[in-house]
Write a protein that binds this ligand. Sequence first.
Ligand code: GDP
Ligand code: IMO
Ligand code: MG
Length: 426
Amino acid sequence: MPGVVVVGLQWGDEGKGKIVDSIAGNFEAVVRFQGGSNAGHTVVVGGQKRVFHLVPSGVLQGKLGVVGNGVVVDPKVLVEELNSLEEAGVRPRLLLSDKAHVTTELHKMQDEAEELGRGGMALGTTRRGIGPTYADKAARIGIRIIDLLHPDSLREKLKGLYSAKDHILRGRGEPPAFESLYGDLVRYGEILRPYVGRAEYTLNRMLSDGSRVLFEGAQGSLLDIDHGTYPYSTSSNTVAAAAAIGSGVPASAISEVIGVAKAYTTRVGGGPFPTEDTGEAGETLRRIGGEYGATTGRPRRCGWFDAVAGRYSVMLNGANYAMIMKLDVLGELNRVKIATAYRIDGATTDEFPSTPEELGGAAPVYEEFDGWRGTDKAVWERAKEEGISALPKSLRNYVGRLEEALGIPVRGLSYGPSREELVYLD
Ligand code: GDP
Ligand code: IMO
Ligand code: MG
């Protein structure tokens, strides 16, 4: 059964949206399976930039977009996103799982309040209500998309949610009045009703009929709630295996995993980041790479490629091959580095630690390489025709070392934000 998953191998914003858009033409459906509107996936086509938060990026290629049960859906954001797509002349075919959980204004308030309460230990969340929505799902007090279509039972469930939140939100601002939030949710339910359905049945039917389905990961493997840099993580499982649970297809439906990584590393929010460069190189990457969050506009922390983290992510995801993004940006530097191991407490390791304390104390062991300044678009265009041999030796060395360090082939090199700025390698 041909299901292919695209995942980020780092801390998010690797360029997943661009890769999904680039290959979506080969699939019948594109599925989001976890996360929520904390995601910001950028697609640039014909000079037009579009950022997706909940709608799968594949809809730009006219494919069925599925929002699976594992996603937490802020109906306000989804309706706004659909409206703005329609204004741009894009009428997405969308299927919204009736089992997806709903992020309300209460969850966003709670996210904000909890972040403020953490003081210096703040996680730097996107404040999109993600953690509180997943917490309520696990606590079995959440509201699901199906509930928005049944106003009577929704009223009872929302009452329950208000009483559960009362002690959490007391003294932390004024929650929306019950009737106002209830009315909004019923209204969003009516707008979204035509899209709501049993996504697991549709997807399993498609897979049985031999249709190809693409799963679009959000966040990155190092933000996974179990395997990421907990507690500086998000609140969902972000690794490829989550595609099955988050959409209701069997694990055996996944036949291929594509790992997306930047040629360097970025991170938004708090938490350890061993290869962060707070000096000139990091500043250059941020400036040239436009490293500001697609969802929150926050400056992204920038640093060198971390192959210890990369290998760990390849292992967790079972990535079959990697796509390396933003080689044009890293190419602005004269010398570039890859961390191939960590020194922790005097010992060298190539394993990614389990605690933020240990990771925070890890000193990267770097290998240095010449950069590939002056590699212009014409050179990249030639590489599309002639393959990697058309690229400078320094760049080939760098990519070769990444392949070796990650232990999987690199199948694509991205050199700009646009759909066509991508070289596929055999
Ligand atoms: P996602 O969350 O993984 O989909 O990634 P984001 O969209 O948040 O961040 C990636 C950013 O890099 C977006 O602004 C993309 O348009 C841009 N981008 C993607 N690939 C390249 C590339 O190869 N070169 C450059 N310069 N920008 C790229
Ligand atoms: P995409 O899909 C980068 C980060 C936040 C914060 C942590 C927890 O565009 O790659 P949350 O709001 O999820 O509770 O925040 O996770 N984060 C992301 N960083 N890209 C993302 O998504 C992210 N989604 C969440 O900055 O550190
Ligand atoms: Mg992003």
